[in-house]
Design a protein around this ligand. Structure first.
Ligand SMILES: C[S@@+](CC[C@H](N)C(=O)[O-])C[C@H]1O[C@@H](n2cnc3c(N)ncnc32)[C@H](O)[C@@H]1O
Length: 289
């Protein structure tokens, strides 16, 4: 995983990583993001999973629907990237489980995990940033039925603390880590100016720490999912490779295929020029007994 990191600008750096496809990929990243509108907590079905995958939708055409409220004044439809939707399902949450969403705001994946719990279990939705945590709390107010609110706990810890403070506490942990988020960088000239090749290395270090904390916080026999919306292999397979190398006494990789993702060495990735959704990378681990 050695990359030239000294003098490359953003384009050169990613051209180097994706030599055959960077132009197509960049064009897809710069295009409008494909979104799905997801019916939450039993709202009438407006779109099937199949339709979403084949023909992702634009927020602009469905925004009104997402703001429609039911008789309990709850919003019914959440707009998100279909790849994020699949990622939340990949965690495999089940009724009655205790789950940590370590990096939860704004909360799209938390809503899906909570639905999977049915009416028992716990979801700890953690977010370190105060402003983003407020957004997460608002999403919960807007979408989660009152009868289910006692299952969700919003926390504001640094994810690194969970491994030390709550070892073997959770049945499943999702680490949807802070990452390079190249789509966002490409679309923001100010962000593009600030970008440097050191950023991805620094983030990979942070992500590795969060993943190690998740491994400690997960019960034996439990599941950990690591995900990013980065294109940088350093933040995806690179983090996983180091994790497997250093923590093979604690975890093992679970390799699965997915209709809307391509396989990488250790995980799965959806890329917008190819799958029309994403980018999202995800990898799954079993905590050993
Ligand atoms: C990719 S976003 C999460 C998106 C979210 N899972 C969703 O689906 O809506 C990553 C989040 O991690 C938060 N974060 C960054 N460092 C963190 C840390 N050390 N502990 C917990 N959260 C952190 C960021 O503020 C950001 O909101």
């Amino acid at each position: 995983m050695a990359h030239k990191t000294k003098t490359l600008n953003f384009d050169e750096f990613y051209q180097d990583l994706y030599p055959m496809i960077w132009d197509q990929l960049k064009e897809a990243l710069l295009a409008d993001e494909k979104q799905m509108i997801r019916n939450c907590f039993g709202a009438p079905q407006v779109i099937t999973q199949q339709t979403v995958a084949n023909q992702p939708l634009y927020e602009s055409s469905l925004g009104k629907l997402s703001h429609s409220k039911n008789s309990d004044h709850l919003r019914q439809y959440y707009i998100m990237d279909p790849a994020s939707y699949y990622c939340a399902h990949f965690l495999g949450a089940k009724t009655g489980e205790v789950i940590l969403d370590m990096c939860a705001a704004p909360g799209g994946k938390s809503l899906i995990i909570l639905e999977k719990l049915g009416n028992s279990g716990q979801l700890w939705a953690n977010e370190i940033s105060k402003s983003r945590r407020e957004r997460l709390t608002q999403v919960i107010r807007d979408y989660v039925p009152h009868t289910l609110r006692e299952l969700i706990f919003v926390k504001g810890k640094d994810g690194l603390q969970y491994g030390i403070q709550l070892p073997e506490h959770f049945d499943r942990v999702l680490v949807d880590a802070p990452c390079s988020s190249e789509r966002h960088v490409l679309k923001n000239p100010e962000e593009l100016k600030k970008w440097g090749p050191k950023r991805t290395k620094k983030l990979a270090g942070i992500q590795y720490g969060l993943l190690c904390s998740a491994a400690l916080a997960c019960k034996q026999g439990g599941t950990i999912v690591y995900s990013t919306c980065s294109l940088s292999p350093l933040e995806n397979d690179g983090v996983v490779e180091k994790f497997l190398k250093k923590k093979s006494d604690q975890v093992e990789l679970v390799q699965e295929s997915h209709q809307y993702f391509s396989q990488t060495e250790y995980g799965l990735i959806s890329l917008p020029h190819e799958h029309k959704i994403g980018p999202i990378y995800m990898a799954k681990f079993l905590k050993k007994n």
